[in-house]
Design a protein. Structure first.
Length: 177
């Protein structure tokens, strides 16, 4: 046990020497270590800015693709609706002819011709309005898709400027202070 107690001052002296040496190394190289850490932080900031810009651009493209699908769906839905309206118009025309024939008036009677003309005109207007509405919805979706793409591109461009600013500022601070 006495040998153990005799070794304690020697161990303490060795630890003190090691700590002093480590401290001296850190003090002698503090500028280099600080510069390296500063540059590493700058690199991380630059990478983060670029990654954020890339993500924003990808998000804009994804949203635009969804809007373009919605545009196609809106146009197709209006075309189906217009087709159904044309079918209803043909049924109305058929009904007018059937009632006219049943009444004995015939299809060349001026009143029957007026009714058929009015029904055709109303049906044509309804079909045109449905088609116009579908085209307007489609155009609106496509405009929003283009805006989404532009927003993503602008965010990407902005992130590159942020990255350049971060790189320049971090490099200046690392070397000048």
């Amino acid at each position: 046990m006495a040998a153990l107690f005799a070794a304690v001052p020697l161990i303490a002296s060795s630890l003190t020497t090691a700590a002093t040496s480590a401290g001296a190394f850190a003090a002698a190289n503090a500028g280099t270590i600080g510069t390296a850490l500063s540059l590493a932080g700058t690199a991380a900031g630059v990478a983060g800015s670029v990654a954020a810009g890339n993500a924003a651009k990808a998000e804009g493209k994804f949203a635009a693709a969804q809007m373009e699908r919605e545009a196609a769906d809106a146009r197709a839905a209006s075309q189906r609706e217009a087709y159904m309206e044309r079918e209803r118009g043909e049924m109305v025309q058929s009904r007018i002819r059937a009632v006219a024939a049943d009444s004995g008036a015939g299809s060349i009677n001026p009143t029957v011709l007026d009714l058929m003309g009015d029904a055709e005109q109303r049906n044509s207007y309804n079909v045109a309005a449905i088609n116009y509405g579908g085209k307007q919805k489609q155009a609106s979706y496509l405009d929003n898709a283009a805006a989404s793409k532009m927003k993503g591109k602008n965010a990407r461009r902005s992130s590159l400027f942020d990255a350049a600013t971060t790189a320049a500022g971090g490099t200046y601070k690392a070397f000048y202070g």
